[in-house]
Design a protein around this ligand. Structure first.
Ligand code: PAF
Length: 284
């Protein structure tokens, strides 16, 4: 069955209130549309965690800088709705920009600490935009659980922080990154890659994976990072915004692995910026 299309906050609240009146639990999957298998993994997980699922589809202007791809960002609402119908999602929340940011809107949610560095170095506006819209979506829907992908790892950690700090009564569930057979993390922006860039792109995951293996065996972070940078450049990545070994919870950079860590990267192939990350678990 096709999901109910909701385009206003009142409509969303009404649908959720009706489910609550029937004693049903609610899962929210926030997305910017252009749904791929990575999103659908979130949706499938949501359907196991809540008795009703809302998927929001909103390309959030607040998380794009003026020189970024807001206008070009892929939008396929008909395809998205067909995928959500097939997955059995009950409601799609598709507000327009004014419904989220009405005239006079003047509030920003700013998370300190975990947003420092990494993505913020190249995209200083990004986490204020994400934190503001995610806070709004959580307060509009008040789901029992909301799901986020590990692919955007710093975003996931930021959302966990804001939910804890603002006492938002919602569980945050992380879903592992979905990859193409050759290892490339699925992303709506992969459509920007040329055939040659697409051939090189999986090397990002390959390099992060061998860095994680070396780190788990005791390699110092500085050596792993410098070898990883050299390998990415040799593979054809044209720019590396960051390649870092960080504590999995605080995202502080770490020298050696004594607690769960992540290797995180953002690197460019031509005009396309790819991000990815992998886990590193301490051995023994
Ligand atoms: O990950 C995304 O698609 C977006 O950053 C999110 C969480 C939907 C907020 O706009």
């Amino acid at each position: 069955m096709a999901p109910s299309l909701l385009d206003s906050v009142d409509g969303l609240r009404g649908a959720v209130a009706a489910w609550r009146a029937d004693g049903l639990t609610v899962a929210l999957v926030p997305t910017m549309g252009a749904l791929h298998e990575g999103h659908m993994a979130l949706v499938r997980a949501a359907r196991t965690l809540g008795e009703r699922t809302v998927v929001s589809l909103f390309v959030n202007p607040a998380q794009f800088a003026p020189d970024e791809d807001f206008d070009l960002y892929p939008r396929n609402p008909a395809d998205d709705l067909a995928k959500l119908a097939e997955a059995g999602v009950e409601a799609a929340f598709m507000p327009n920009v004014d419904a989220i940011y009405p005239p006079g809107f003047a509030t920003t949610v700013h998370v300190e600490g975990v947003t420092a560095g990494l993505e913020s170095a190249a995209r200083p506006h990004f986490f204020d935009g994400v934190a503001t819209v995610v806070t709004k979506l959580l307060l509009q829907c008040l789901p029992d659980v909301a799901l986020f992908g590990e692919k955007d790892y710093q975003q996931l950690v930021t959302v966990r922080r804001l939910v804890a700090d603002l006492d938002i009564p919602c569980q945050i569930e992380a879903v592992p990154t979905v990859r193409a057979e050759d290892g490339l993390a699925l992303s709506s922006r992969n459509v920007y890659l040329s055939a040659e860039e697409r051939r090189v792109a999986p090397r990002l995951f390959e390099v992060l994976s061998w860095m994680a293996a070396a780190l788990a065996q005791g390699a110092p972070s500085a050596d792993a990072v410098s070898n990883g940078r050299a390998a990415l450049t040799a593979a054809g990545f044209t720019r590396i915004d960051y390649l870092a070994v960080c504590d999995a919870e605080t995202l502080a950079s770490v020298e050696g692995i004594s607690a769960p860590a992540r290797v995180l990267a953002a690197a460019w192939l031509g005009e396309t910026r790819l991000i990815d990350n992998v886990v590193v678990n301490p051995v023994g």
